[in-house]
Each structure stands twice: as C-alpha cells, then as structure tokens.
Design a protein around this ligand. Structure first.
Ligand code: ATP
Ligand code: F6P
Length: 501
C-alpha cells in the first residue's frame, strides 16, 4: 500500500515534497475507532470530475460493511431554490448566486451534523465542489466545533475528452437541464465549469487530511492521515476506476449434495452439474466475446469442476469458499430443524447475523469477502464461479441490497448473472442454461427447500437474455445523488463486528 502511493507527484510531474505522507500503522484498537468514528468526507473538485460517483460508491461500500454512511449532495439542496440555473448563476461575481449557493452548502452541512448527532451517523459525505480554501476552512471549522474528523477527497482531472464525455453521459440529462437541448446543455455546463475554474484551488493546505486522486487515480497524493477508518476509505477510493467492464457470476453446477438436500460439504457435481459445466463456455461466449477475462473460483471441488472448460486465466480463492455451516455441515434443513431447533429458528429470525455453531454468519462472510470486493473494484472483466451465500454477498454489494434481504435472495443454479457497472447504476442481465437443477432455496420459516427444479425452460439464444430488473434505489446499486437514500443499515448487537474495518 505504501509503495503504491509512495511515488507521489503533483500534476506538473514534480515529486511532492511539501506534503507529508503519514499512514496509520499501529492503531491500538481499530474496533473502538470505528464505533466512535465521526468522519465528514468532503469531496473537492471541479464539476464533472466524478465526485458524486465516488461519494456514492464510498457510501455503498461502507454500508455493505455495516458502517452507517450517507451522502449529502449540495446540488440537491441548491435545486430546491434554483432548479434550472444557467452558467451565470455559478459566476462568483453574481451576488445572488453566491448567496443561494452558500445557503445550500449551509443547509447540507447543518443536516449532516444533525445526522451525526441524532441518527448515529459515522461517515457523512459532503458532495459539492468545495473548490476554494475559504469554503474548506469553513467546513473544517464547523466539524471541529463538534469534534468530528474531516477527510477531503479531491478528484482532479485534466483529460478534456473524459470531461466532455462525462458531461454528455450524465450532465446533459441532469435535472438542471430537463427539457433542454443536449448540445445547449453541454455548452452551458462547460461555461459553468469555466466559472468554477476562475476560483478553484486544488488541495495544498498542509494541515488538512486529504487524498488527491489525479486523473482517475493514476497519481495519488495523501496527506496527514491518522485514523483507521480514513485509511480504509482512502484505500477504497484509490482502487476505483472507470474503464468499462463487466462481471459474470455463476454458482457451481448442481452438486451431489444439492441433489440430496444437504448443505455444505465438498461434494462433486452431479451429472446435471457436469452438463452445466459443459454448457457454460457456450452460455457466456457471446457476452464475453474476445474480452480479456480472469476467472475466479473457490477452492472447492464443485466450483473448480464447473469452471474446468472455461478458457480463461484461472485463480482459486479460499475467501470464495461457501459459508461454513459448522456443526450443521452435511445436514439437510429438516435435520437441522430437528437436531438444533433453537438455532434453526434463530437463523430465520436474523439470518444475516446468525452464526452457525463452529461456523460462520453472513456477516462473517462479508468480512472475508472485503479483499475480494477490493480486487473486483481494482480489476476489469472478471468471471466468478462460486457458491450461493457468497454470490448473495457479492451481488448485495453491487446492487446495494440491504442486510435483511440479501441472505434471502434467490440465486438459482445453472444461471449466469452479468453485472455491468455504469455511472450511477449497475446493469444486470441473466443467462439461463437449459439444464434442470434442484432448487436449493428455502423460504423463511419453512424447513425444506422449495420443491421443483430450476432451469427447465427451453430457452432460445435470444430469450436467454432476461431484461434487466426494474431500476430503482434498491436494485440499481448506486443511486443518483438526487434520489437521496433512505436505507440505513441496522446496528449490529455484536460489539466485535466493527473489527472488520
Ligand atoms: P458535479 O460537480 O457537477 O456534481 P461530479 O464531479 O459530481 O459533478 P459526477 O456526476 O459524479 O461528477 O460525474 C460522473 C461522471 O464522471 C461519470 O461519467 C464517471 O464515469 C466519471 N468519473 C468517475 N470518476 C471519475 C474521476 N475520478 N475522474 C473523472 N471522471 C470520473
Ligand atoms: O455544478 C456542480 C454542482 O454539483 C452544482 O449542482 C451544485 O450546486 C454545486 O456543484 C455545489 O457545489 P458548491 O458548493 O461549489 O456550490
């Protein structure tokens, strides 16, 4: 990590001398730090530099890790009074514009401080340009007065083509320009940027804690970091990229244990599972094409067997092994209900937090998957062949599914799920093989798997591709800043939990 950021240069290619790079290496009690943390993450940068996208991704990542995080987008507050401003509104010589922009920032900061104080917030993100030293000093003073830490995250980008494509991709469809001609909207947005450029000051304040991401993280400057949660956030932002890519997810083919209704184990795949392994290269051929794909499996026989005909670079991860069912490994759900009735009930009451005796909970799985998610953020095209519980956790990360729902999601056998991250959303497609398999899904407060079989439909090539699910905050993964999220993760009763950070 330190090597990765050690060679820091500023935007003129000069080695950074004035900034001291301090990383926390010896934190006595990380857990306490997270529980007691109040961090205001202040985004910094000119318009169309991906600030909102980065803010939303930090929120999604932290919530997945059970940290109460929320983004406060100043643009949404400004829109209440000035829904369709022209570029002139953002000219600092326009006193009315200045007054209204200051009021919007004031309202957002006030709401964020209230959220920390009254709603158990841990990481609040102030999503605005915050592009002058004066504005940053003011925010810092407001947070200092309450004893909250402040981490500035700047996105600096001088790639004109990228900025133009950002404007066309997300700005011309912004609510600011509703009903306007996209070309005119793009022109106005460029003028807006020019107005910001007149006063923009990149982060250089020596006493502030910050990370500066230059040209989508191709250079990173870090200053004065002293707190564990801040290092997690910084490390996460350093791994983000915007190269278009997709992720293909599949469970292993039906296993011998699946056929018998038994959980866990390290069984081989059944004859129908073998048929799925044979069909898998054809099932993904069209959507993968000649893309460079890395294939990840768990270390268990059933995923390795399923992936064996796929012609991609392969890597096995222990972290992708199925949730450990402890003393219940090798039992059917009916047997568990008979042998461990209290456990069986407790698991259904709170499936995310229930930990099998001698085994794991979904929460434990998320902790061990964190490095996998980090690798996935850093990587490009990846196909993963793994297990039901693991896929639920990975899917929940990308699609922003709350913890009370994620362990109950149906992830059928013999189906490939393709996820394509986009600005403010993840597009989902499903490809179903025409190979039957048992259903391993058990509904809440029932003791047997849902009868029947999956994958029976006779799919033609064209009908193979199911349309993406409806868009919306829960499904789409990343929400537009205008749809301010309402989901706040539950606080976990187990005090050990924050150790994951
Ligand atoms: P504004 O100040 O107008 O709210 P913003 O900086 O918040 O703008 P976004 O709305 O997040 O910008 O812009 C999203 C676009 O930026 C997407 O097209 C995304 O691909 C792109 N993007 C994401 N990260 C970066 C980055 N680090 N540098 C430049 N562009 C990025
Ligand atoms: O144009 C960029 C933008 O996101 C506006 O929508 C919003 O009003 C503004 O930035 C918030 O930043 P500032 O605090 O500089 O006004």
């Amino acid at each position: 990590y330190l090597n990765h950021v050690g060679d820091a240069y500023d935007e003129n290619g000069e080695e950074v001398q004035q900034v001291e790079c301090v990383m926390a290496t010896n934190i006595p009690n990380e857990m306490d730090q997270v529980e007691d943390s109040h961090i205001c993450v202040v985004m910094v940068g000119l318009p169309a530099r991906g600030k909102s996208l980065i803010a939303q991704k930090i929120v999604r990542y932290l919530r997945w890790l059970s940290v109460n995080a929320k983004s406060f987008n100043v643009g949404s507050y400004r829109r209440a009074d000035t829904p369709h401003p022209s570029a002139a509104f953002f000219d600092t010589s326009n006193p009315e514009g200045e007054r209204l922009r200051r009021a919007a920032a004031e309202a957002a900061v006030t709401d964020m401080l209230r959220w920390f104080e009254h709603e158990g917030g841990h990481v609040g993100i102030l999503d605005a340009t915050n592009s002058t030293q004066y504005r940053r000093k003011w925010i810092k003073e407001r947070c200092d007065a309450k004893g909250y830490d402040v981490l500035f995250v700047e996105s600096k980008c001088d790639d004109e083509d990228l900025i133009m494509s950002n404007i066309l991709e997300v700005k011309t469809t912004s609510p600011d320009y509703i009903g306007q001609d996209p070309e005119e909207a793009a022109r106005d947005f460029r003028d807006r940027i020019r107005n910001y450029e007149k006063v923009y000051q990149t982060l250089t304040e020596p006493d502030l804690t910050y990370v500066k991401l230059i040209n989508v993280g191709s250079q990173v400057v870090i200053n004065q970091v002293s707190n564990y949660l801040q290092t997690r956030i910084i490390y996460f932002t350093m791994n983000l990229h915007i190269t278009p890519r997709s992720i293909w997810l599949s469970r292993h083919g039906e296993s011998e244990y699946n056929v018998l209704g038994m959980i866990g184990g390290d069984a081989s795949i059944s004859p129908r599972g073998l048929a799925y392994a044979d069909a898998l290269p054809g099932l993904v051929r069209d959507s993968i094409g000649d893309k460079d794909v890395t294939l990840w499996t768990s270390t268990m026989k059933r995923t390795i067997q399923t992936a064996r005909h796929l012609p991609y670079r392969k890597k096995q991860w222990k972290a992708l092994d199925e949730l450990d069912a402890g003393v219940c490994d090798g039992l059917t759900y009916e047997e568990i209900e008979k042998k461990y009735p209290e456990d069986f009930r407790a698991r259904d009451d709170d499936k995310y937090n229930y930990r099998y005796q001698g085994g794991e909970s979904y929460r434990d799985v998320v902790i061990r998957l964190e490095p996998i998610i980090m690798e996935m953020e850093r990587g490009e095209n990846i196909m993963i062949v793994t297990h039901q519980a693991i896929l639920r956790c990975i899917y929940a990360y990308f699609m922003n599914i709350p913890q009370d729902q994620s362990p109950w999601m149906e992830i059928p056998l013999h189906t490939v799920i393709k996820l394509t991250p986009r600005a403010y959303g993840t597009v989902e497609e499903r490809f179903k093989a025409n190979i039957p398999a048992v259903s391993t899904f058990r509904a809440k407060y029932t003791s047997a798997n849902m009868g029947g079989e999956e994958g029976l439909e006779d799919m033609t090539d064209e009908s193979n591709m199911m349309s993406p699910p409806p868009t919306g905050a829960e499904i789409n993964g990343i929400v537009k800043p205008d749809d301010v999220e309402s989901f706040v993760p539950q606080k976990h009763p187990d005090p050990m939990v924050p150790v994951l950070l």
